[in-house]
Write a protein that binds this ligand. Structure first.
Ligand SMILES: [Zn+2]
Length: 385
């Protein structure tokens, strides 16, 4: 059939025209949605940010790739140590991103430096798993207007790294993992600059840590309430003393927190590989996110932000969870407050152990204030473009 004949026929068949129009409308709408998912949420440099870079400033090969990500440097007037704070290693675990954002927008070091990567795996923020009904974004109201943030996924977007092998081998150790873990930023440290997307990103973040002489790393995560490793710190053996003091500091403030040692045979994780391959003390934190779990009910923005779910209240009554869960749930503000309190206590513990290379910081939003007044109270207005 020639094109002319096709259009002649279509012209005489209103139903065909209608179908073509419907197909075009669907393609345009889904295309626009797809492209909009690749736009990152705005993060505002607060009063403590002294310079803002991109990861490609450390590893030029990252420039122009979807893995390139903002690096916020907060430097005090007095010299001291350097702390690296990672959010968004797993972009579904949103208290990590939010903890990092509140640091960037509020914290001001007096001594030493804090380097923050809020969106460590930016690719993971550009998709959600199919058939799970996850919202792509959520909103936080502030005095200066509405701010929006991404709900991403744990793994790199397959658009940026595909296909998955049947079996993934950790490059340095040869540890065998299921194929999709090749897209997991927290299974591929210390990375491989000549590898695929995810391992190149791992290597670039480690290169940043080495170039900046990072002394301590906190990698902020979440897991579902039925997973045993929640409200927990995981620490490399060199960081165990600091992590123990961090845990005690939190417990003293009434913030339940547990601690486990990084298993030496479990490779590719930030708490293992930063400890083994850099000078830094390496710690990972986990809070409990009901929007990630299998028991969850309706998965909407309210669940993502407010963290309330009757299914989890029932599961807690049946003793199936590893955190208490009542009708108040575990809202994002509480989980973010935990991450911030962990940073505070970790720096106190680090400073005690390292009096010559301290990191002193003010302005971190206080635990109870974040819970009582909400996250929006500590977010800055986004400047007009
Ligand atoms: Zn995680």
């Amino acid at each position: 059939m020639t094109m002319k004949r096709f259009f002649d026929d279509a012209f005489h068949r209103p139903r065909a025209l209608l179908l073509i129009a419907a197909a075009a409308a669907t393609a345009i709408a889904s295309g626009a949605m797809f492209l909009s998912m690749h736009e990152a949420e705005p993060i505002v440099a607060g009063p403590g940010v002294t310079s803002q870079k991109m990861l490609s400033d450390y590893v030029p090969a990252m420039a122009g790739t979807p893995a390139d990500t903002p690096v916020f440097i907060l430097e005090g007037a007095e010299p001291g140590g350097t702390a690296l704070v990672l959010g968004g290693t797993h972009p579904q675990e949103i208290s990590g991103l939010m903890g990092a954002v509140l640091m960037v927008e509020n914290a001001t070091p007096q001594r030493g430096r804090i380097i923050v990567l809020p969106q460590a795996n930016r690719s993971g923020f550009t998709h959600t798993d199919p058939l799970e009904g996850f919202p792509h974004t959520y909103k936080i109201e502030t005095a200066g207007g509405t701010r929006w943030f991404r709900v991403g996924m744990r793994l790199t977007n397959p658009v940026h790294q595909w296909p998955d092998p049947d079996l993934h081998l950790h490059p340095q150790s040869g540890e065998r993992m299921v194929g999709w873990e090749s897209r997991n930023l927290n299974r591929n440290f210390p990375g491989d600059p000549d590898g695929r997307y995810t391992t190149r990103l791992n290597a670039a973040i480690v290169a940043l840590a080495r170039a900046e002489g990072v002394d301590i790393v906190l990698d902020m995560h979440e897991a579902y309430p039925e997973y045993p490793i929640i409200n927990m710190l995981v620490a490399h053996e060199r960081a165990f003393e600091i992590a123990t003091l961090t845990m005690i500091g939190l417990q003293t403030r009434g913030i339940a927190m547990d601690l486990m040692a990084s298993p030496p045979a479990l490779r590719g994780l930030s708490h293992r590989e930063f400890g083994d391959h850099t000078e830094a003390f390496a710690i990972l934190s986990e809070t409990a996110n009901p929007a990630m779990g299998r028991f969850r009910g309706r998965t909407d923005e309210a669940l993502v932000v407010e963290g309330k779910d009757v299914n989890y209240v029932r599961a807690a009554a049946l003793d199936r969870l590893f955190v208490p869960f009542d009708e108040n749930g575990h809202p994002l503000r509480e989980r973010t407050a935990r991450q911030l309190a962990t940073i505070e206590e970790m720096l106190i513990a680090y400073n005690e152990a390292n009096p010559d290379k301290q990191v002193e910081v003010s302005g971190i939003p206080a635990y109870q204030a974040v819970i009582d007044e909400g996250i929006g109270r500590f977010l800055l207005p986004v400047p007009a473009q």
